[in-house]
Design a protein around this ligand. Structure first.
Ligand code: LMR
Length: 395
């Protein structure tokens, strides 16, 4: 049965980590996968998380199964982060199921939309995170693209985006990045978000937010602005949340899928079907990561410590953006890279070509995604000289 199976290509993002690990060169830099690194190049456990884990060690009483949709209190905190004190939450129009990471949440949401919503076409931004296409295709969607990035001006192609989304048929799904667009780091302004929401209402397509970087652009509350602008106008929404980045809980796989329906009864019905989907997939979610998030968010002191830690991560990345741009010009690079300072979150779309990316890997041990996406969080003051000299030589 297995002899005719061919070898699959390495994952364009996670495959880079494997390649980086097996590179024996002493001087090497990993700007591939989107994980935060501190000034020493480590991916730390947040202090608020460690504190929560200490509390959990004392108070956790069982490792019994969670319910299919996970910890109820966790769901309430997720909704609070998404919508604040909104009547969407108090009215029961929103329902949330814990999911294994943002990817798990996207997949549960996608399966639900195919099976129960009758959706068959999803629109993703060009470019987008490499896994979006794979997840929605696996769920049975036809995948189409809308314009997003203007490679001439290295900014949002808002007119193109608007024009494309005005052509989307009622009942199709449009995937939007809540903030810190992956891979470009370019987000719509709040006014543009409002306009997009207006198009969704007018055309009747369903917005599906992938919200994996809340807190990495401007702040935990501020970054929900785009989503909340939509929630003010549309009746139905799907949101995938991830706490990999903003809680640093990458390997705990902690995320959530939230549905907003027009009325509470519709939300309750939809939620029952979400549970059917989860049960036949992974049965029920793992507890640890979601318990950490719940413990932090339900304790005011830990919550404010966490908000401070998210700010610390955000500010370090911002500082590295500025230093990177300045260092490139110090190393004699003529090309204007100042657009990198305008981008949000971990990633920068560097504008480096496939050949340049390949040469940086082969000749200098510098790893980045083939599209030229750079994880700015992988830069440190001590690898910046080497990185910028190497980029200068491939340019
Ligand atoms: C990334 O884009 O690097 C992250 O979201 C990690 C992943 O799963 O690809």
């Amino acid at each position: 049965m297995f002899e005719s199976i061919s070898l699959a290509p390495a994952d364009p993002i996670l495959g880079l980590t494997d390649a980086f690990k097996s590179d024996s060169r002493e001087k090497k830099v990993n700007l591939g996968v989107g994980v935060f690194k501190d000034e020493e190049g480590n991916t730390p456990i947040l202090n608020s998380v460690k504190e929560a884990e200490k509390l959990m060690l004392e108070t956790e009483k069982t490792k019994g199964y969670l319910s299919i949709s996970g910890i109820e209190e966790y769901g309430r905190h997720v909704q609070q982060l998404l919508f604040g004190d909104s009547d969407i939450v108090s009215s029961g129009r929103a329902v949330t199921a814990q999911a294994p990471g943002g990817t798990g949440a996207l997949r549960v949401g996608a399966d639900f939309l195919v099976k129960q919503g009758g959706a068959c076409k999803v629109w993703i931004s060009n470019p987008t995170w490499a896994n979006h296409n794979a997840i929605f295709t696996a769920a049975g969607f036809e995948v189409a693209q809308y314009r997003y990035y203007n490679s001439e001006t290295r900014s949002l192609d808002f007119d193109g985006m608007l024009e494309d989304l005005q052509q989307v048929a009622a009942g199709d799904v449009v995937l939007l990045h809540g903030c810190c667009h992956n891979p470009t780091g370019i987000d719509p302004s709040i006014e543009q978000w409002r306009q997009l929401a207006g198009v969704a209402v007018q055309k009747g397509w369903l917005p599906f937010f992938d919200f994996a970087y809340q807190g990495f652009a401007r702040g935990v509350e501020e970054d929900a602005g785009g989503l909340r602008a939509f929630a003010e106008q549309v009746d139905e929404l799907v949101i995938s949340s991830s706490f990999s980045k903003n809680f640093g809980l990458y390997n705990e796989r902690v995320g959530a899928v939230t549905l907003v329906a027009k009325e509470a009864q519709a939300a309750t019905n939809a939620f029952s079907q979400i549970k059917v989907i989860i049960r036949s997939n992974y049965s029920n979610p793992p507890a640890h990561g979601a318990l950490v998030v719940t413990t932090v968010l339900s304790n005011p002191a830990l919550k404010s410590q966490w908000v401070g830690e998210v700010a610390m991560m955000r500010n370090r990345i911002r500082e590295m953006r500025e230093l990177f741009v300045a260092k490139l010009s110090e190393k004699g690079v003529q090309r204007d890279f100042s657009f990198i300072n305008q981008q949000n979150g971990m990633f920068s779309f560097s504008g480096l070509s496939k050949e340049q990316v390949e040469s940086l890997k082969k000749d200098f041990g510098i790893y980045m995604v083939g599209s030229g996406r750079i994880n700015v969080a992988g830069m440190t003051k001590s690898n910046l000289d080497y990185l910028c000299e190497s980029i200068a030589s491939v340019l």
